[in-house]
Design a protein around this ligand. Sequence first.
Ligand code: UDP
Length: 239
Amino acid sequence: EAGKPVYKRILLKLSGEALMGDDAYGINGAMLAGIVAEIRSVAELGVEIGVVIGGGNIFRGMAGASTGMDRATADYMGMLATVMNGMALSDALRQAGINSRVQSALSIEQVVEPYIRGKAIRYLEEGRIVVFAGGTGNPFFTTDTAAALRGSEIGAEIVLKATKVDGIYTADPKLDPQATRYTRISFDEAISRNLRIMDATAFALCRDQRLPINVFSIFKPGALKRVVAGEDEGTFVHV
Ligand code: UDP
């Protein structure tokens, strides 16, 4: 049946940049509302959704380190940025009448609950969206790795990586008009062709756990729903 979900539980990775929209910094209200609408369209189908949220719209550890800041300190600041984004997303979901919880890998108990795997799984079973903030809780990692990690932990069937580009291309489509999009590619082929889909740690974890990845554009209306329906949307990375 067309439009019927092929996954019961998914892990959606949203970069901080997705929340930024066309702004240069921070959280764009219209963009956030758009993302909430996309998430709602999938939640309505009964799909259980965990979200790992990035922080690049506010702060990146590498950027801090490049100005002379201690890298680990800068990374903790980046993790705190993801908590702010997680709170904003959860609040926008609440305003749209969608139940969600934020769990953080860093404990900041006055504002968000700590990450507890069993509790997260229970929330998902109850139909709530769980927003995983704070990345992995460790410096020198990324929220892509947090997506691979939480996706594995909650038993998600796929990691959906929302980006600005609608998939993985043979070359940069902005520079090369001949570039074509891969509809499907294996982990091994992506490695041999040197395609950067996620950072190496995240990619290796998904591959080890046989957790497929679908890269798609969050700016394309209906794309998330089509991915969840198993349609050709973006690039599907398989074992
Ligand atoms: N970060 C970290 N450990 C993690 C996840 C994130 O140290 O497990 C820090 C890191 O400094 C990173 C920042 O948080 O630059 C924001 O995360 P990320 O760059 O992954 O966000 P995105 O690119 O998805 O917006």
